[in-house]
Design a protein around this ligand. Structure first.
Ligand SMILES: NC(=O)c1ccc[n+]([C@@H]2O[C@H](COP(=O)([O-])OP(=O)(O)OC[C@H]3O[C@@H](n4cnc5c(N)ncnc54)[C@H](O)[C@@H]3O)[C@@H](O)[C@H]2O)c1
Length: 455
């Protein structure tokens, strides 16, 4: 099938590459000329396991092209996926300017029938606004062309995006019941047929329910994280190991093990903004989503917890003190630093006067970019970008771990102790066992582990 993807970011590029892999003829549009040039020169703008190979293979086979040519992109695809960003507006609601601009571009150029698919995460009612934008553009040039707006939210996880897209646990498609809506549904069914071979994974629903499903999913996951973080902070006070509790409750099939990890708070481009956007939607309808307000407030507080532990241990004035930070990306296997807890920690340490050495296996380039925005030049001069985990440690009072990269899970503790000034570890992801740390003569501060030992 001929497919256009509007917006070649995390979701757009993965969607385009995976649909090309299945044999479709894919046109990826972006307004960012540098991104398109990079892709056309064989580069890849994001770190995502397996993506580079899929893109290279399909470029070589002529099944995927990258361009900034809007008219050509509209002419190309019978199905036009909108996968542009929906960042939070000033009031926390989803900013739809990019989605609506993409819709208008389709309306300006379309001649025949188009299926317009909202893949971006958009609030309930956006399908209607996309439809209105298309109609306005058609009317403005006196053109007649039929179309149908479909909602197909994306559930992939950064760091496992290709795998998630190729093996989805569900495909949600919202369409309307008009003749165009039925025709669009039939085309979507054909497009997604390869994913449904083993068993049917598609859930068909109306557009609004599909839009809502995406927010409900992310809000539920964020709720589990904030719930565990709040309990972990209590666990620290009452002498409880939250990891033992996690096992104890996760084994209940009604609860399950996923997303019950206490840590340094959730970040990334999705949970924070999607929780906020659902709250705003509720407010527009005079409802206060009390649970989600708490989820957000708990997370904002949680991002401060690691820094507070460091300050509690080393004092409020950290001038002359140096710390090592492992992990900058908001989660492993990505270089995405949007809303990353590491940025909050670094702000706290810098404000308290410390110097830091930071290391991340893939996010160093992105870290240099975002920290130059977060920090002044003088502050940035107090951050050293280390070449390896061990390089980050030398002369540091303590190691602070913010991202649970696999490479950090089984380090050489002897070398860590030798490099650090003091054998102190703040583990923002509970990677290590307090008992093992105690035996290795480390002072260990986890999240909700309630154990502070030095032998
Ligand atoms: N990142 C994720 O893990 C993830 C997962 C599921 C859903 N989503 C949702 O998918 C959407 C996209 O997220 P993302 O992380 O891929 O964003 P992104 O910022 O990585 O990419 C968006 C791209 O769209 C381009 N763009 C903006 N306006 C355009 C236009 N009019 N025409 C063409 N290109 C345009 C931008 O230049 C950018 O490259 C968001 O709504 C997000 O909430 C993201």
């Amino acid at each position: 099938m001929k497919i256009t993807i509007i917006g070649t970011g995390y979701v757009g590029l993965v969607t385009g590459a995976c649909l090309a892999e299945l044999g479709n003829d894919v046109f990826c549009l972006d307004l960012d000329q540098r991104k398109i040039d990079l892709l056309n020169n064989g580069g890849i703008p994001i770190h995502e396991p397996g993506l580079e190979e899929v893109v290279a293979r399909n470029r070589a086979a002529g099944r995927i092209q990258f361009s900034t040519d809007v008219a050509a992109s509209v002419a190309h695809g019978d199905v036009q996926f909108i996968a542009v960003g929906t960042p939070p507006d000033e009031d926390g609601s989803a900013d739809l300017q990019y989605v609506l601009a993409a819709a208008r571009n389709i309306g300006k150029h379309m001649t025949g029938f188009k299926v317009v698919v909202d893949k971006s995460t958009v609030p309930v009612g956006t399908g209607d606004r996309v439809k209105a934008a298309l109609q306005e553009e058609l009317a403005a040039r006196g053109a007649h062309a039929s179309f149908s707006v479909v909602s197909n939210p994306e559930f992939l996880k950064e760091g496992a995006a290709v795998e998630d897209f190729m093996r989805p646990d569900r495909i949600v498609i919202g369409h309307d019941s008009t003749a165009e809506g039925q025709k669009a549904a039939a085309m979507m069914k054909k497009l997604y047929a390869p994913f449904n071979r083993n068993h049917e994974r598609t859930f068909w629903m109306d557009v609004r329910s599909a839009e809502f499903t995406k927010y409900a999913a992310n809000s539920m996951l964020a709720t589990r994280i904030s719930f565990m973080n709040e309990l972990a902070n209590l666990a620290d006070r009452v002498g409880v190991d939250i990891e033992a509790v996690r096992h104890g409750i996760g084994s209940d099939p009604r609860i399950g093990h996923s997303f019950l990890y206490a840590g340094a708070g959730y970040g990334g481009s999705c949970f924070p903004k999607d929780v906020q956007a659902l709250e705003r939607t509720a407010r527009q309808y005079d409802q206060d989503l009390l649970i989600l307000r708490a989820v957000e407030a708990v997370n904002d507080k949680q991002k401060l917890v690691l820094g507070q532990k460091v300050i509690k241990r080393f004092g409020e004035d950290l001038r002359g003190k140096h710390f090592a930070v492992w992990g900058l990306a908001f989660k492993p296997n990505t270089d995405d630093m949007r809303e990353a807890p590491s940025r909050v920690l670094l702000r706290q340490l810098i404000d308290a006067g410390a110097t830091v050495a930071v290391y991340d296996p893939v996010a160093m380039t992105e870290a240099k970019r975002v920290l130059a925005l977060d920090l002044t030049a003088d502050e940035l001069a107090r951050v050293r970008f280390a070449d390896s985990p061990m390089d980050a440690l030398s002369g540091a009072e303590a190691l602070v771990i913010v991202t649970e990269w696999k490479a950090f899970r089984s380090p050489d503790f002897e070398r860590i102790r030798a490099a650090l000034k003091q054998a102190v570890i703040f583990d923002g992801r509970n990677l290590f066992e307090p008992q093992v740390m105690a035996e290795a003569a480390f002072e260990y501060h986890g999240i909700g582990r309630s154990i502070l030992t030095r032998t």
